[in-house]
Design a protein around this ligand. Structure first.
Ligand code: NAD
Length: 487
């Protein structure tokens, strides 16, 4: 199946932090791939703006290296033409350096203007203020802001208020790259484009839902930042919460940004506070025999007394008619046994089995994999083939996109590429609105405050495991099991 590429309108994209890790690893290689796919008009310009002193030629060289290193090089054979679209301004978000030059570059052009804030959140306010001061914060421009969006409700509100001083909500694109994944959007297509699932999508037919985001990496070079954050702030408040919303929300009346975001917001507001015994925190230990390369969490962050969690598992309830009594189990952690992000909808048993006891009893399980091998699998119970009486067995109806959609469908567009193109198209559906972010923090804050008040110490877990045994126990108490974390 050949994917359709619709070129976007001419644009200027300024990447503040254009020399940073995120720009080099994701944004710039992603833009090159969009260029190769024919989505970028000839007039498009990309302007790196960062603190490092360099000229446009130096920036092009840096970007060529980034594309070589982080993928995209083989997307087409037109790197020089892409590099010709690049420019660079050495700028100081907090000072005056570079702003006149940037203003000069941006003036007199009648095209879409996007300012990507790929810098530390402490600079968002400075950038917004400077853009206005230098006459670049026009009503038509758009800004993209990276995570983390606050570290609690108070700071998120303050950040929203600062941005609202200079920009309307319709101009602000808060990025959560999980929402740019093909499968996440397919979740909406599967739910709202088929008659098959929606009638079953409720407390009457669904036993429980699991959302797992497991990473094999540790904190790496982000130790200092991560230790002040932890898995609850870094993963649950944003990524897992967004996935939960898409799974649990009511069908929006239209597939438009505010209709979708209104429904997501209702879900967040309906999630009950989480009880302490429905929460498990963990911290990974060093990998046995490999302590140097895979140190313990505390060694990795250089804080031997750290009480920050690198793992969270929790049981949440949504208080509304659709989901009352159906638990949602969320789990995320670092240094786990495999890298895997998956949403699983476990349906209830059939009300009555007509088959003999020894035929076995099975449940339908819908599994939505975000990574690796994006795709959707539905476990269906059938008769085990062959003679020997009626025995039941589960077979997967598998829709791995790479296989189902052929070479073009398999060549998945990276989440960042898709989201940047959405910004240029002016489509906010896959970006978080101010009230969504605040509602998510309002739910998260008491959990973190509870841990702090109780001086809670995370449970240690082995590197390469599925997390602390307490998480397994929490499920077992409910007569359920976590899905195996497998690649
Ligand atoms: P980085 O430290 O690698 O790069 C920071 C960039 O900001 C550099 O280009 C630097 O020159 C620029 N900068 C710093 N101070 C400046 C100033 N005063 N004026 C102008 N420019 C200045 O950071 P990063 O990893 O690229 O992250 C950028 C943002 O993206 C952060 O908000 C981070 O939380 C977020 N983010 C990063 C990743 C990732 O994978 N790296 C993932 C998700 C979110």
């Amino acid at each position: 199946m050949v994917s359709r590429v619709i070129p976007v309108d001419p644009f200027d994209l300024v990447i503040f932090g254009g020399t940073g890790d995120l720009a080099r690893r994701k944004i710039l290689p992603g833009l090159y791939r969009r260029y190769c796919a024919g989505q970028m008009p000839e007039e498009a310009r990309i302007i790196g703006a960062a603190r490092t002193e360099m000229d446009a030629a130096g920036y092009r060289e840096m970007v060529a290296e980034a594309i070589e290193e982080f993928g995209g090089k083989d997307a087409c054979d037109n790197l020089d033409a892409f590099l010709a679209k690049l420019d660079y301004v050495a700028i100081d978000a907090r000072g005056e350096t570079g702003w006149a030059e940037l203003q000069d570059l941006m003036s007199g052009k009648d095209r879409i203007e996007v300012y990507y804030f790929s810098v530390a959140p402490g600079l968002f306010g400075d950038l917004a203020e400077r853009l206005q001061q230098w006459g670049m914060a026009g009503e038509e421009c758009r800004i993209v802001v990276e995570k983390p969006f606050g570290r609690d409700l108070e700071s998120a509100r303050a950040l929203n208020a600062t941005l609202a001083t200079y920009f309307k909500e319709q101009q602000i694109y808060r990025i959560d790259h999980y929402l740019g994944k093909e499968t996440v959007q397919n979740l909406m297509a599967v739910r709202f484009g088929n008659m098959l699932f929606e009638p079953l999508w409720n407390r009457q037919y669904v036993d429980h839902i699991q959302i797992t985001v497991a990473e094999t990496v540790g904190v790496g070079g982000r130790g200092e930042y991560y230790d002040k954050s932890g898995a609850m702030r870094d993963m649950v408040q944003n990524h897992l919460m967004q996935l939960l919303c898409l799974i649990a929300m009511e069908p929006p009346a239209r597939f438009d940004p505010d209709a979708v975001r209104d429904e997501k917001l209702k879900v967040i507001r309906a999630i009950d506070p989480v009880l302490p015994h429905h929460l498990v925190r963990g911290q990974y230990e060093a990998e046995e025999g490999n302590e140097e390369d895979a140190p313990s969490y505390r060694d990795a962050v250089g804080n031997p007394r750290s009480r920050t969690e690198s793992f969270v598992a929790l049981k949440a309830h949504i208080s509304n008619w659709r989901w009352h009594g159906t638990p949602f189990y969320l789990r995320t952690g670092k240094r786990m046994v495999a890298r895997s992000s998956e949403i699983t909808v476990v349906f209830k048993d059939t009300p009555h089995s007509i088959f003999a006891e020894d035929a076995g009893r099975h449940r339908n399980v819908l599994s939505i994999r975000l990574q690796p091998n994006e795709g959707i699998t539905l476990g269906v119970t059938i008769k085990e083939p062959g003679p020997g009486g009626m025995r039941l067995v589960d077979v997967p109806l598998d829709m791995t996109f790479a296989e189902a959609l052929g070479p073009d469908g398999g060549d998945q567009v990276d989440a960042y590429e898709r989201l940047i193109m959405d910004v240029i198209r002016g489509n906010q559906t896959l970006f978080m609105r101010d009230d969504e972010v605040e509602a998510a923090w309002a739910w998260t804050d008491p959990i973190i405050q509870g841990w702090e008040a109780r001086h809670d110490v995370p449970k240690p877990y082995d590197s390469g495991s599925a997390g602390p045994t307490d998480a397994t126990e929490m499920m077992r108490r409910d007569g359920r099991e976590w899905r195996k974390v497998s690649p």
